[in-house]
Design a protein around this ligand. Structure first.
Ligand SMILES: Cc1cc2nc3c(=O)[nH]c(=O)nc-3n(C[C@H](O)[C@H](O)[C@H](O)COP(=O)(O)O)c2cc1C
Length: 377
């Protein structure tokens, strides 16, 4: 049983809101939309998760338009689907009125499925990729802003601006993005999308307490990727990502969700498994580094705790006590046992993620995602 005095159970502010504890359910794609709208299955999944008494639940990657999908049945955050998102939030708040619900908004960019969507590139397009021109990027920017406002209308407590894992937002930031328009080349140009969007969203929000945050890949592990020093560099060099965090502070973001890697390319970095377990230490290091840069100005969510299974609790408490992160994020564990926090609080047996990668395989096969070992969940 979790000690009732555990630091994991202490509330913490995120911007002007209070999370009831430090447990974060990380975004996990379910691939179960119905014609891109919120399905009954998705509502049931998230209502169940909310019963778990997480401090924060980040809803999976929601595409800002229906030709920017990484999953065949990905949800699209548009006005057309607003009523479904309202029902989703309402079901979650009914299960736990205290949970903070954040919507992760994204465009899948190069990772859009070529059989059912439209892969796009910001630089060096491959044969099957559409090269986005300046006006098209401006249109995507407009859709991100619109998606944030729709999220507010749906009753979400905030949005997570997806800049991680190789998707559009991440591709934009890379040193490899050598476009010669206002969205490429210099650091200022590569961060323009974020730097212009956030103030515009803040200006147009009705609820001034609405949470704005972002998920980043501190180091992607590819040539010219985030966390490198230049187009031809692959080794870790984090100065520019540090600068990005300082920019986020200046923009008034409330939190940063620190991740790393690109699923499907440098997957071990993003989600360590039994044979790549020690990558979790890199994730801890990135969160610690982010915290040392942003101080109290933003909250930091740490990632990749599932691989530690039972041992995650002790590690999480230690990292919180040492001020190396403010929140602890679990991904695969949320599928293995959506009631994870409440089970710990009540001293019930937890179904720990067995790291079988079954959920990832379902996702790659474009099937509905869930835990294959505890499917009843
Ligand atoms: C099936 C699956 C779906 C995922 N979907 C998302 C997503 O929608 N957005 C995101 O930022 N990360 C996504 N991730 C990454 C997780 O949020 C998390 O960072 C990763 O699984 C590592 O955490 P863990 O070790 O606790 O599982 C996904 C991972 C898996 C395995």
């Amino acid at each position: 049983m979790l000690d009732p005095n555990s630091i994991l159970l202490t509330p913490r502010n995120i911007g002007k809101r209070i999370a009831q504890n430090r447990f974060v359910a990380q975004p996990m794609e379910g691939n179960d939309a119905l014609d891109h709208a919120v399905s009954e299955r998705a509502i049931a999944r998230y209502a169940k998760l909310a019963q778990g008494k997480w401090g924060v639940i980040v809803i999976e990657a929601l595409a800002v338009q229906d030709d920017a999908l990484a999953r065949k049945n990905q949800m699209v955050i548009s006005r057309e689907h607003l009523s479904g998102f309202k029902a989703l939030v309402a079901a979650m708040k009914e299960a736990d009125p205290n949970v903070l619900v954040l919507f992760q908004i994204t465009h899948s960019g190069r990772k859009s499925g070529k059989d059912f969507s439209r892969p796009t590139a910001l630089y060096a397009p491959q044969e099957h990729e559409h090269f986005l021109d300046t006006e098209e990027i401006e249109e995507i920017q407009r859709l991100f802003i619109e998606a944030a406002l729709i999220s507010e209308e749906a009753g979400a407590d905030g949005v997570d601006f997806k800049l991680c894992h190789g998707y559009f937002g991440c591709e934009m930031l890379r040193p490899a993005n050598i476009r010669n328009d206002k969205f490429g080349g210099s650091f200022e140009n590569r961060t323009r999308f974020l730097a212009e969007s956030i103030p515009e969203i803040r200006r147009r929000l009705v609820n001034k307490n609405f949470i704005l945050g972002s998920r980043i890949s501190y180091w992607e592990g590819i040539k010219g990727g985030c966390g490198t020093a230049g187009v031809h560099e692959a080794i870790e060099h984090l100065d520019e990502m540090d600068e990005l965090l300082r920019l986020m502070v200046r923009l008034g973001l409330d939190y940063v969700n620190v991740s790393a890697g690109i699923p499907g390319t440098t997957s071990e970095i993003t989600r360590p498994t039994a044979t790549s377990k020690w990558f979790y230490l890199h994730q801890f290091r990135y969160a610690e580094r982010a915290k040392s840069i942003v101080g109290d100005a933003m909250q930091v969510f740490g990632s990749a705790y599932s691989v530690l299974q039972e041992a995650a609790i002790g590690e999480a408490e230690y990292n919180l006590q040492e001020g190396r992160t403010d929140f602890i994020g679990w991904g695969r564990q949320t599928l293995a046992d959506p009631l994870f926090p409440t089970r710990l609080m009540q001293g019930e047996a937890v179904d720990y993620c067995k790291l079988c990668s079954g959920c990832s395989k379902l996702m790659v096969k474009q099937e509905r995602v869930g835990c294959i070992l505890y499917p009843a969940k």
